[in-house]
Design a protein around this ligand. Structure first.
Ligand SMILES: [Zn+2]
Ligand SMILES: [Zn+2]
Length: 251
């Protein structure tokens, strides 16, 4: 049996990291960092639709701070179909993602992607329309020191010896807080994908009064992403496509 012991925690000021906080202020019309709100879409991209034909809900968007390696200055948007709430599990479980995995991801239970996650730096402005199902809230990104925890094991040759994780809050940059085995993926373009943003389990996105409840949600007043699993956004550092981001889920 493997016995893990955390080492003492190591402060990593060399890894820029920002906590994403939600102080419950109503989103302003031109806000770029929001739960809900008006999406700032890449040039030429319409408000995304699910394969089922539903317009997707904007869960959150934010400007990636300039000192985050490879993605600083990008704008990140996370959409999910309001009627499809599920995990996204690759049938193959392979590291290499297929061509156009953001549309046809070869996952269990769905013929296509029920989410769309985008990353761009186009000089576009907020859409006219506001996300209708979720309340528009301001997000605040606060610079914080990443803390790395390295796991030690007393079993000789254990592959997880030296496994390291970062802080577990909703954050941009830093190290992923893996809850299970670390996962890595290679983009269809061949680039090794990098951790960009992490959400702990059950981040609640409050719905507007009178909106239908989200299927399979534990909440009557809020929606969740991917059934409320912990979410790790791995993004293509080559920016080969605005939607070249893969959602890894753990619980
Ligand atoms: Zn759908
Ligand atoms: Zn790529």
């Amino acid at each position: 049996m493997t016995v893990f012991e955390p080492s003492s925690e190591i402060r990593r000021p060399d890894l820029p990291m920002y906590l994403v906080e939600n102080p419950y202020l109503r989103a302003r019309p031109g806000s770029r960092n929001t739960f809900g709100g008006r999406p700032i879409l890449p040039k030429g991209e319409d408000w995304p639709e699910c394969y089922c034909g539903e317009r997707m809900a904007l869960f959150f968007q934010l400007d990636v701070p300039p000192d985050i390696p490879r993605f600083g200055g990008d704008h990140l948007l996370v959409f999910q179909c309001p009627v499809h709430n599920d995990a996204a599990c690759l049938k193959s479980g392979e590291e290499q993602l297929p061509e156009r995995y953001w549309e046809k991801p070869r996952i269990w239970g769905h013929p296509g992607a029920f989410w769309r996650i985008m990353l761009h730096r186009d000089p576009t402005g907020p859409a006219e329309a506001e996300e209708p199902r979720l309340l528009g809230r301001e997000l605040v990104l606060r610079s914080e020191c990443e803390t790395e925890t390295v796991w030690r094991t007393t079993t000789p040759g254990d592959p997880y010896a030296g496994l390291s994780v970062g802080r577990g809050e909703f954050k941009v940059g830093g190290l992923p807080r893996w809850q299970q085995d670390p996962e890595s993926h290679r983009c269809a373009c061949g680039a090794e994908m990098l951790f960009l943003c992490g959400l702990p389990e059950d981040v609640e996105f409050e719905s507007r009064p009178g909106q239908p409840e989200q299927p399979d949600s534990s909440y009557s007043y809020a929606y969740v992403l991917f059934l409320g699993n912990a979410l790790y956004l791995l993004a293509c550092p080559e920016h080969c496509h605005p939607a070249a981001v893969w959602p890894v889920l753990q619980h």
